[in-house]
Ligand binder design. Structure first.
Ligand SMILES: [Zn+2]
Length: 423
């Protein structure tokens, strides 16, 4: 009897030490899923951000014969078959420019390498076609293909040159994320120290020139002050190509409510990011705990191997929270409540992070999210707006503003004096 009691308590202790069983799968109501798919057949997904070009440049050394998207690529979130399954009718491919290229003075070359990667993808596969306008998106979708757009991620890519901005537009770039993770010479980033209290004077001129050209001002990654400056200056709708709501997950990458309230007047679209780091309720606390455990181990132990072993042990017992389709839908709910149904979109960030939310494991899973919104009482019209119509409307407005401004004023030469004095 005693032995059995001891065994039972040992077993209980073992069970208590195990992490809570994580939810591993998501099964929407089949009827709602069917309705979601039927709606996406009418209005396919327009996704604001996918890092596949960088993934191909990294894992496949940029060689599409080595990393062929026509074959299954299970180590990635994206390949052609899954894009079709996910009913993705338009994708903004990120031309991501690492901030490490700033000190190396290689940012512009880096951007061209990524833009070239997108163009080689679209030239190689008949399932993809480069889109330059909202009308292009609709035409390409009707042909059953995925319209491919280019977004340059990081304003440092310009190296201070408005000529580079104009040539980006010629190459098909349709958004520029004003910063990546670091503050640069004309804009403050959300994850770095501010230097300009938002945008510098030249930063405001960059926004005006983007308006004149017809390139979306993308406010993901920038500081809240940069968001407010850009919203004040921009004559065209802005986008947040991959950002969620800060009121739900207090991460500087997410959009605060006071900024969300400024979006309706601008006409912009906040495209919700799926990364667990921005949508899972405990994501920020988990990072804090992991970092403090690491710091404590470093204080207490000398052996690097032992620190690594104990860290791995902690990570096994405390897996990073993954979040789920429902958490992503919570962010959509919140942005809808604060900014309105006309200002919400999708910006997955697929192939830009590792662990995925349950039910949104890759680009084939968009219908799950639409089914969850339908379950929450969203109307057919509501989900069509979120899936793609809001972005199309904002893009048309952006194009009209550009046509008007081009007739009103010539190209900005604000960078010339600075460039000349530098030489
Ligand atoms: Zn990003």
């Amino acid at each position: 009897m005693l032995l059995r009691l001891v065994l039972a308590s040992v077993l209980l202790a073992l069970l208590a030490a195990r992490p809570a069983a994580a939810q591993e799968s998501w099964s929407p109501d089949p009827k709602l899923l069917a309705r979601a798919k039927a709606l996406l057949a009418q209005v396919p997904v327009i996704d604001g951000h996918n890092d596949l070009p960088s993934a191909i440049l990294g894992q496949g050394a940029g060689d599409l014969t080595r990393l062929d998207l026509a074959r299954p690529q299970p180590q990635l979130h994206t390949d052609l078959a899954r894009l079709k399954q996910g009913q993705v009718g338009a994708q903004f491919w990120a031309a991501y420019v690492t901030v490490d290229s700033i000190p190396a003075k290689a940012a512009l070359r880096h951007a061209l390498r990524e833009i070239d990667m997108v163009q080689r993808m679209t030239q190689r596969y008949a399932e993809l076609e480069l889109a330059r306008t909202a009308a292009d998106i609709e035409r390409i979708q009707k042909a059953g293909k995925t319209a491919s757009l280019i977004g340059v991620e990081g304003g440092h890519a310009l190296e201070g040159s408005l000529s580079a901005l104009r040539e980006f537009h010629e190459l098909g770039v349709r958004y520029l994320t004003l910063t990546h993770s670091r503050t640069h010479e004309w804009a403050d980033a959300s994850t770095d120290y501010p230097q300009h209290n938002g945008l510098s004077e030249f930063g405001e001129e960059v926004v005006r020139e983007m308006n004149r050209l017809g390139i979306f001002v993308d406010l993901s990654h920038v500081s809240a002050e940069t968001m407010k400056d850009a919203l004040r200056v921009s004559a065209a709708p802005v986008i947040f190509s991959h950002s969620s709501a800060r009121a739900l997950v207090d991460h500087p990458r997410n959009v605060p409510d006071d900024v969300l309230r400024l979006v309706p007047r601008n006409g912009g679209v906040v495209m919700v990011n799926f990364c667990p780091c921005f949508i899972a309720p405990n994501a920020v606390r988990w990072v804090e705990q992991r970092d403090s455990v690491r710091e404590q181990l470093q204080r207490e132990l000398d052996s690097r191997a032992e620190i690594a072993r104990r860290t791995r042990e902690w990570l096994r017992a405390h897996p990073r929270p993954r979040g789920s389709v429902a958490d992503v839908a919570d962010h959509i709910d919140h942005i809808r409540r604060v900014a309105g149904i006309d200002h919400v979109g999708l910006g997955s960030d697929f192939d830009g992070f590792d662990d995925t939310p349950v039910g949104l494991e890759d680009v084939s899973m968009f219908p799950n999210l639409i089914a969850e919104l339908l379950r929450r009482g969203y109307s057919d019209e509501d989900v069509k707006k979120i899936a793609g119509l809001n972005l199309l409307r904002a893009m048309r407005q952006m194009e009209q503003v550009a046509a008007r401004l081009r007739a009103e004023r010539p190209a900005s030469l604000a960078d010339t004096a600075a460039a000349l004095s530098r030489n």
